[in-house]
Design a binder for this molecule. Structure first.
Ligand SMILES: C[S@@+](CC[C@H](N)C(=O)[O-])C[C@H]1O[C@@H](n2cnc3c(N)ncnc32)[C@H](O)[C@@H]1O
Length: 223
């Protein structure tokens, strides 16, 4: 079996997962989350006194509509995960059932704080490759489970423009994972290493691996 998604699906990870995936140790950074969707990172980081703005086309919708979209896609994601169990490391998350509970807990934190966060401009409806921000407004721009993951759906040209834009508005960009959703290294990784060769790029091993071999983070800093 292979995973097949016709569009980018709403699915949310939590604060602890973001810290590990992105190797975040510094809490005073001003962060932009690109494609954060219904993740709870924004709300949890804000509660801890951090500054973060998330952009996602999903934020055009009300909380109720986002909840409906999650309900519509959740069973399919979990069913495809069950059918492709061998692509994942089942140590910290021990079963598909537990995965569903962890993801729903994160998405419920997001949903219950979303309308307030939208008023406070922490959730902004926008889509890569265009970001409605000034140059260097952020310390760090993150992409979790969006760039590289949807290699089957999004062109290399889109990736290049998206990363260029993230590096316009932030001093540094971090992308996790480097795999597509069938746990194969994205064919775009080598192209990015070559096209962004005038930046400081590092591929860093991190203490997070759910997709097998998905424990690498790409860090790109302006030269
Ligand atoms: C699989 S979810 C990942 C959510 C979150 N980053 C996480 O890791 O838990 C992918 C997200 O990308 C968003 N997305 C789709 N197209 C986008 C675009 N052009 N720019 C930014 N985000 C986009 C989707 O709406 C969805 O919320």
């Amino acid at each position: 079996m292979v995973f097949k998604y016709n569009s980018v699906v709403p699915w949310g990870r939590n604060y602890g997962e973001y810290l590990s995936m992105f190797d975040l140790r510094e809490h005073r950074l001003k962060i932009l989350g690109c494609g954060d969707g219904p993740a709870s990172f924004n709300e949890e980081y804000t509660r801890k006194g951090g500054t973060v703005v998330s952009v996602d086309p999903l934020y055009h919708l009300s909380a109720e509509k986002i909840r409906q979209r999650i309900e519509e896609t959740r069973e399919d994601i979990l069913r495809q995960t069950e059918q492709n169990r061998e692509l994942f490391v089942w140590d910290r998350i021990r079963s598909v059932e537990e995965l569903g509970k962890i993801r729903m807990a994160a998405m419920n934190i997001f949903l219950s704080s979303y309308e307030e966060g939208r008023k406070n401009k922490r959730y902004i409806p926008a889509s890569l490759p265009d970001l409605p921000f000034e140059d260097d407004e952020f310390d760090l721009a993150l992409s979790s489970h969006f760039l590289f993951l949807y290699t089957d759906n999004l062109s290399y040209e889109f990736h290049k423009r998206a990363l260029t834009e993230m590096l316009r508005v932030a001093k540094e960009a971090r992308i996790f994972p480097l795999l597509d959703f069938n746990a194969k290294k994205s064919s775009y990784v080598e192209k990015v290493l070559s096209d962004f060769g005038n930046h400081r790029i590092e591929i860093r091993k991190v203490d997070y691996e759910f997709q097998i071999s998905g424990n690498e983070l790409m860090v790109i800093r302006k030269a």
